[in-house]
Design a protein around this ligand. Structure first.
Ligand code: COA
Length: 534
């Protein structure tokens, strides 16, 4: 094992300036996080509490084992969207420990438009279910929702990944023996009624919990019957008459105790201890912001990052002297073995081939993969095309796609174009994916996109016999640059659920350790690679 020793001094001017610039990025993330944690705000929260209900984050706290971490997914979803009406997309999702077992918790936030489902709410719940399935985590649905957000029904109801997929996932996970548990703590209307109805076991809270396909207003309109919500579908009805729910709870806390009791029954083993001793890096991860140049055009020193992420700052390099723009190696994080790929320049044929080989080796040894993205793309140019760089890039993408060991992606700098895909971007199934606050992702950089589009425009105008002066070209390019800048940020990506979280560099080891621990306890899958173009 090579020990990565840092050559950076924390008193260097650059280090100090970088760390100071990072504080601004952290403050931006903190502001968005603060808004997400406030949910629907004071007025709906007060109305919620007045109904003898706990707020969703309090429900989660009461559900989880004391002093255990909650790995929240998609906290920043919805930021800047839907006119700001849906913080966290009205749903809190994350992995927490219940009665000693890691579980996926999905809690509607009824203070956000009655807990109704926006398009991103669906996407977030489907994503949480996918994570639960991959890691074989019991699912706990804390239901308090008015169902579909009706004005946006066409983006919620009919399509493959829309509302129906949530119910299908419940059925499929149940069939795989992954426990599905619902606690109905508020409304559960129309399609939403299928969440508790389809779960393996359901708890319902007296007075507040209701389950029905059509609410009192709809019933009156359809049949003329006048009925109140509890008589139509409250806790008494469903635990005594209909059998739609199994357990009657007196209040939220009682419901959460019943859920804990259900999870605590004998079942699959809980988390396993790490196979290796977890040792901290030799260099403090808190120093990472000082190593990220405030000017994104300057490179990030990959070895300096690894020296602060790997256990003992140790990495056994794979082909250290070959394809050096991508560093590959095995080491551990939090005592869990991991194969790391980190960019140290653009991707060339050699680096892509090396990556494909390295992924094969890790797959053979059941070692999870961690992709640390800082990539502007594959090398372009005549000699590289003639040398078959597309073919070598395809080998890497092929290996990334079909490797069945757990994969994790962390965007630490830029992640652009085909490079983002080859480094296991979202479409390639990383179990968890996050970005550092400084990170960016888009099909190409803003300057490159502006230049490409300006050249296309110039050719069009030339065909029409018109000029495109340098001034006109500049006026044309600026809004494209601005748009790319705004839409490539980590916050932008997180608000749309392109990634699961924005993770601070200093918290990265803890975040990855949780992911690796879950993966270590999950069922293994065999890898079968496809045809590699040679
Ligand atoms: N679609 C869109 N908006 C909805 C909605 C829905 N299905 N259900 C509620 N809302 C909105 C309300 O208009 C209100 O918006 P506002 O804050 O801008 O005024 C907000 O959500 C809160 O609703 P409110 O009725 O004031 O809150 P509540 O806590 O008393 O009741 C519900 C919440 C969900 C129980 C109740 O609104 C309800 O029964 N909604 C209809 C549910 C339904 O029939 N859904 C069918 C889906 S297929």
């Amino acid at each position: 094992m090579a020990i990565l020793r840092s050559s950076v001094r924390t008193t260097d001017g650059d280090f100090v300036a970088n760390a100071a610039a990072y504080a601004t990025l952290r403050a931006q993330v903190a502001a968005v996080r603060h808004a997400a944690l406030a949910g629907g705000g004071p007025k709906p929260s007060a109305a919620h509490l007045a109904r003898n209900k706990l707020l969703p984050r309090h429900r989660i706290n009461a559900l989880l084992d004391p002093d255990t971490p909650f790995l929240e997914l998609g906290q920043l979803a919805g930021d800047g969207l839907y006119d700001g009406a849906a913080p966290s997309a009205g749903l809190i999702t994350g992995i927490g420990i219940v009665a000693g077992r890691p579980c996926m918790v999905m809690a509607n936030d009824a203070t956000v438009k009655g807990g109704t489902y926006y398009p991103l709410t669906i996407k977030k719940q489907v994503r949480a279910q996918a994570v639960a399935r991959e890691n074989a985590l019991p699912c706990i649905y804390l239901v308090d929702s008015g169902g579909a957000f009706l004005p946006l029904q066409e983006d919620i109801f009919p399509d493959e990944q829309h509302f129906g997929r949530i119910f299908r996932n419940i059925a499929e996970m149940s069939s795989l023996g992954i426990k599905q548990i619902a606690a109905v703590m508020g409304a559960c209307t129309a399609g939403g009624a299928y969440i508790p109805a389809m779960c393996d076991e359901t708890v319902i809270v007296q007075g507040n919990g209701t389950i029905y396909l059509g609410g009192p207003q709809l019933v009156q309109a359809a049949t003329g019957e006048v009925v109140d919500a509890q008589t139509l579908g409250g806790a008494d009805v469903h635990t005594r008459l209909s059998g739609v729910a199994d357990h009657y709870a007196h209040d939220d806390l009682h419901a959460l105790t019943l859920v804990r009791d259900i999870v605590a029954r004998p079942g699959p083993v809980a988390m396993t201890a790490p196979p290796l001793a977890a040792v901290p890096p030799l260099h403090d991860p808190a120093e990472l912001p000082g190593l990220i140049p405030a000017n994104p055009k300057q490179p990030i020193a990959a070895r300096e990052i690894l020296a602060r992420l790997m256990d003992g700052s140790e990495l056994q390099m794979y082909r250290e002297r070959y394809g050096t723009s991508l560093i590959c190696g095995t080491g551990a994080i939090g005592g869990y073995p991991v194969g790391v790929l980190i960019n140290d320049g653009v991707l060339f044929s050699e680096s892509a081939q090396k990556a494909a080989n390295f992924i094969e080796l890790c797959s053979q040894s059941d070692i999870p993969l961690l992709f640390l993205h800082n990539i502007s793309g594959f090398m372009v140019g005549v000699s590289y095309e003639h040398g078959g760089i597309a073919k070598d890039g395809a080998k890497m993408v092929n290996a990334v796609s079909t490797a069945r060991v757990p994969k994790f992606s962390m965007v630490i700098g830029g992640s652009y174009g085909a490079g983002a895909y080859a480094m296991c971007g979202r479409a390639f199934g990383p179990r968890l994916m996050a970005m550092w606050p400084n990170a960016r992702t888009s099909v190409m950089g803003g300057e490159q996109a502006a230049t490409v589009l300006a050249l296309v425009r110039r050719e069009q105008l030339a065909r029409a016999g018109q000029d495109f002066t340098p001034e006109q070209m500049e006026t044309f390019k600026q809004p494209i640059r601005d748009h790319y800048l705004a839409s490539s940020s980590a916050l932008h990506a997180a608000s749309r659920l392109w990634v699961d979280a924005v993770v601070d560099p200093a918290d990265t080891r803890a975040w990855l350790t949780l992911g690796l621990a879950l993966a270590a306890a999950s069922p293994k899958e065999d890898t079968r690679f496809g045809v590699f173009r040679m």
